[in-house]
Design a protein around this ligand. Sequence first.
Ligand SMILES: [Zn+2]
Length: 365
Amino acid sequence: MTDFLADYQAQLAALYEQPMFGLRQADKQQQLLPLLRSLHQHHLANSEAYHNMFAEVDADNWQSLADVSYLAVRLFKLFSLKSVPDEQIFKVLRSSGTTGQTPAEVFLDRDTSARQSKTLVKIMQAFIGTQRLPMLIIDSPAVLKDKALFSARGAGIQGMAFFGRDHTYALDENMQLDLSAIQAFAEKYAGQPMLVFGFTFMIWQALVEALEQQGNSLNLSQGVLVHSGGWKKLVDKQVDNATFKARLAKATGIAKVHNFYGMAEQVGSVFVECEQGHLHAPLFADVIVRNPYDLSESAQGEQGLFQVLSLLPSSYPGFSLLTEDLGRILGEDDCGCGRKGRYFAVDGRLPKTEIRGCSDTGASL
Ligand SMILES: [Zn+2]
């Protein structure tokens, strides 16, 4: 093990002792920077591709999180990026990717994978509590049976399943609503808190729209919905978060909703929507918004491209990524929910054009 990795692991262990949303941004930045510097050194020493791109970068010059160098996320579709020997790779996560596109490949060793699970648990518990609730999954069990591809969707369901018990699938093998299964679940746990989980578009199409079309409704009023997976398809249908919540509540009775934003390339460090409807950066991650044209840091409130930081990956160089998602920083340390640090909104995805800078960041590969 390199010294950098040992340093990183010791610092990380200390960070797990801190509250997930308790640090003010300035203090959080001071805690994160030394870890990010260690990760940079570790990946320089262990990933040839990372070394080719960032050998000139001196992490000691990083004074703020916005100084941290970043990798365009699409490089995970083009190259095998890893910082561990092949024999230590424990799992390869492939993002589902639309037809005809190469999926991104993310190489996990046991340490990175364990860290992802541990952190996801701590973040989600800060929103839904520590008790394992009866869980309704708005998907088909067929998704998990497809062993050919360990998809991000299957991994997402597996990851979230930890937070529930008596897992019940709301859709059948043909992705149609299994009303009898849902009603049996709703009756069994009537009046009790329950967890409902699914991907945003599935919730919308297979649950909300399907119920509306059937003229049906459910009583899941004690349910807490956790959902993720991007708004692109809903933006195309002109459904925003407020519409989503209003029609969900009408069709199912669910009033508590937590959307979360995260990337297959940074599993575990997710950004969860609070009671005020804002996405929050947890202790182990952060968000910077950049102007899509010159990649300078955008001011608060200005729309731009997200750069996402995560302290979790050591088996692949994914701790700082420039995404193709657009959004805005809404504020720091002053959200009405009481959580500290940065909070933000996702607006959508950059249209399918080449991002300036991607070619720069990838050039020396
Ligand atoms: Zn909040």
